[in-house]
Write a protein that binds this ligand. Structure first.
Ligand code: NDP
Ligand code: 8X3
Length: 253
């Protein structure tokens, strides 16, 4: 295939979907992963019609190791040469204290944000090494820099994303491959609705009185990192709204 290929996990919403639009608008072909077949199909139709590139939808849950491995091993030949991997699929469930969390939910968050990311990386990076070309962009978070109240498990997973990103960068230091950890602060997506288990009022309150980032703000930053010259490796980007200073300090009108 002529165009370069970007593979985005969790592409059916928020930051992943914005990345799909950004890279499609630049002529990339996209492998888009998600868990909702209808949304994936709709996105494929929309992007191909709007930008004239090609989309390969991949329906799987990143927690399902067998599904990830078999699907990625069976990629059609013309889709194998993934140049940019955006490990974006992720979530948080609940705001309980660490000693009160629902362990089933914590398991879902850990299995998605850490093990899912590692599984996809494990499947895609060897091909990048063999081709001598590749960029792995992990979506970490400001939450990985310091824990905050009610975020213990989620913060731990994003600290893990930082360690996995740093470790991979070390392991790839003798190759042309690059690794970037994008660490957003507050971005208004479905993220907080998921955190509050569907309660839109509570989710909306998170962004009241300040202007949060948009998913496209993050996609633009990711595109900037991906389009830097080959000798430039943007290792980390911490990006937050102007009225956010840390994971917990904000100014609200
Ligand atoms: P959204 O909830 O809008 O999007 C999350 C996406 O990930 C959805 O497409 C979701 O699909 C998908 N996803 C979740 N679990 C899985 C899974 N097991 N397998 C495959 N796909 C999955 O949230 P965001 O766009 O905000 O989140 C994207 C990433 O950004 C996450 O890693 C998040 O931690 C990170 N982030 C978000 C911030 C924010 O303030 N919004 C700030 C910092 C980081 P489905 O609908 O099927 O669940
Ligand atoms: C999501 C951002 O505000 O929960 O990673 O730390 S926040």
């Amino acid at each position: 295939m002529e165009n370069k290929i970007v593979f985005i996990t969790g592409a059916t919403s928020g930051i992943g979907e914005a990345c799909a639009h950004k890279f499609a608008s630049k002529g990339y072909n996209l492998i888009l992963n998600g868990r909702k077949a209808d949304l994936l199909d709709k996105l494929k139709q929309q992007l191909e019609a709007q930008y004239g590139m090609a989309v390969l939808p991949l329906l799987f849950d990143v927690r399902n190791k067998i599904a990830v491995e078999t699907t990625l091993q069976a990629l059609p030949d013309e889709w194998k040469a993934v140049e940019i991997l955006i490990n974006n699929a992720g979530l948080v469930l609940g705001t309980e204290k660490e000693f009160e969390v629902d362990l089933e939910e914590s398991g879902i968050v850990i299995d998605t944000n850490i093990k899912g990311l590692l599984t996809v990386t494990r499947c895609i990076v060897p091909g990048m090494i063999a081709r001598g070309k590749g960029h792995i962009i992990n979506i970490g978070s400001i939450a990985g820099d310091a824990a905050y109240a009610g975020g213990s498990v989620y913060c731990a997973t994003k600290a893990a994303v930082k360690a996995l990103s740093d470790g991979l960068r070390i392991d790839l230091v003798d190759t042309p491959l690059r690794v970037t950890n994008i660490k957003p602060g507050m971005v208004e997506t479905h993220f907080s609705i998921t955190r509050f288990r569907g309660d839109k009022t509570k989710a909306g309150a998170v962004y009241q009185g300040l202007q949060p980032l948009t998913p496209m703000d993050i996609a633009e930053t990711i595109y900037f990192a991906a389009s830097a010259p080959a000798h430039v490796q943007i290792a980390e980007v911490l990006i937050m709204p102007t009225n956010q200073a840390t994971g917990t300090i904000t100014y609200r009108r």
